[in-house]
Write a protein that binds this ligand. Structure first.
Ligand SMILES: [Zn+2]
Length: 473
């Protein structure tokens, strides 16, 4: 203690100095020490009952005016100079006086609380720290004053105790910029262990919502990189990869993977999974949908595939499926087969290289020379011919046929310059060409045909014109 005291006994008769609270010297006005001044001390622990409301109503200037209007009749108009009366004037038909207390009639009568008591009534409504809605419900049952709802909101939202235990504030998202092309931004997330303790990596394209799901035995950086590599092998490398801050996604190994592949890796704020909302939402959908498939007695692998197939081909609000948006074509599913196939009205033109009675060499696969002479009997299809040979008929693909000519090529088939044309029909050349036609050399045929396997050539058959050109050289 900061002071030392000497305590002495003094009889009451000798008291000149009164105690501060009850015997203060009188103030200048007559009302200085009236009861209403002391009431402030007294009311702290006193319940607000009808008596207290009556007491304060009598001292509330506005309420006294209202009291008078209710008793003597309301004016037909209330101007801006009586703004305090206006809220009451607007409800004048519902205002009554019950036992000297002004009440608002309604589902239940609500006491009009004088200004001086409003803060305490608010605190009463907030007892037990009820929220705004409950406070308003309570208020509508018992009391009213102009602006009570607003006052309730202010008090409830400024209560520190309520704030400390309140739920997270309403979520405000700054959404990702809209992806404008496929595989521009890809969101990944892990799910599990679910469905027999499996772990899953989900990967969703922001542009198309096209998902991949990979089952993982471990969720290490190496496993994640391996799974993503297999996805990127199909779809290519995304420009941006969004993930949370999982250890396997913030490791140096994962950073290196992104760096090496030119992928910008963006991680979301800690404990704010909503930033990766696309993957988060997809995980929820996956769990719900796959669970339904499991309940439908499907094994897990089938349940996941079923989910992916339907999800990827499900049209969005713009009537485009993720598959269409990412790959630019509709996917053929069991459902699409319901529709009749629209056959192309344009018939593909049949290109026949050899006409009827055209002289050809055809590939011989039995003993004897590799190429034997024949004549085209008819075309059996786009590139297949029935060929008449010395020994009978056989079927050959045009890749197994070469043109055979007994006459020099017509000038119309090849349009050289005048000088060129002269040399083309030179006698020695003609002879040379004829001899070539009679006996196609093995060297020439192997030079022009690369056989991949028996009977299949991948190069086009050289035209007779080209052959004569080469012979000339
Ligand atoms: Zn509170």
């Amino acid at each position: 203690m900061a002071y030392q005291f000497d305590i002495k006994y003094k009889p009451t008769a000798q008291h000149g100095n009164a105690d501060a609270l009850s015997r203060l010297p009188e103030g200048p006005g007559n009302n200085f020490d009236q009861e209403n001044n002391c009431f402030a001390v007294e009311e702290l622990d006193t319940p607000i009952d009808a008596e207290v409301i009556r007491f304060h109503t009598k001292r509330d200037v506005t309420l006294m005016k209202v009291h008078r209007f209710i008793q003597q009749g309301w004016p037909t108009f209330v101007g801006p100079q009586q703004a305090d009366i206006l809220p009451y004037f607007q409800r004048n038909t519902a205002l009554v006086i019950i036992d000297n207390i002004i009440c608002l009639q309604g589902y239940s009568n609500r006491a009009i609380i004088p200004k001086k008591l409003r803060q305490r009534v608010l605190e009463l409504l907030h007892e037990s720290h009820w929220g705004i809605v409950r406070m308003k419900q309570l208020g509508r049952r018992y009391c009213w004053w102009p602006g009570i709802d607003k006052n309730i909101e202010t008090l409830a939202s400024s209560c520190n105790i309520c704030k400390r235990t309140s739920a997270s504030p309403p979520k405000e998202f700054s959404s990702w910029p809209e992806a404008i092309r496929p595989w521009q931004r890809v969101h990944i997330d892990f799910d599990g262990p679910v469905f027999n303790h499996h772990m899953w990596l989900v990967c969703v394209d922001a542009f198309s919502q096209y998902p991949y799901i990979v089952q993982l035995s471990n969720t290490t950086s190496a496993d994640t990189v391996k799974a993503l590599t297999s996805i990127f092998a199909i779809e290519g490398l995304p420009e941006t990869l969004v993930s949370d801050n999982g250890l396997q996604l913030t490791s140096s190994q994962f950073k290196e993977f992104c760096l090496k592949n030119g992928i910008q890796h963006v991680t979301t704020a800690l404990f704010h999974p909503a930033s990766n909302g696309l993957a988060e939402r997809f995980v929820r959908t996956f769990k719900t949908s796959a669970k339904k498939n499991l309940d439908d007695s499907m094994p897990i692998s089938e349940a996941v595939i079923k989910f992916l197939v339907t999800y990827r081909s499900m049209p969005n609000t713009n009537n485009k499926s993720p598959a269409e948006l990412l790959h630019g074509r509709t996917v053929r599913t069991l459902l699409t087969q319901i529709l009749p196939v629209t056959k192309s009205s344009k018939k593909q033109p049949v290109t026949t290289k050899f006409g009827k009675d055209c002289k050809v060499f055809l590939r011989n696969y039995s003993s004897g020379p590799k190429w034997v002479e024949g004549i085209i009997e008819k075309s059996l299809g786009n590139r297949v011919y029935l060929v008449k040979t010395l020994t009978g008929q056989c079927k050959r693909h045009q890749n197994q046929l070469q043109a055979r000519q007994s006459t020099p090529p017509q000038p119309t088939a090849y349009k050289p310059s005048k000088q060129h044309q002269q040399s083309t029909i030179d006698e020695p050349l003609k002879q040379q060409q004829q001899s070539t036609i009679k006996e196609p050399s093995q060297q020439e045929t192997t030079q022009n045909f690369q056989e991949t396997n028996a009977g299949q050539q991948i190069l086009e058959i050289p035209t007779s014109v080209r052959r004569s050109e080469r012979t000339r050289k």
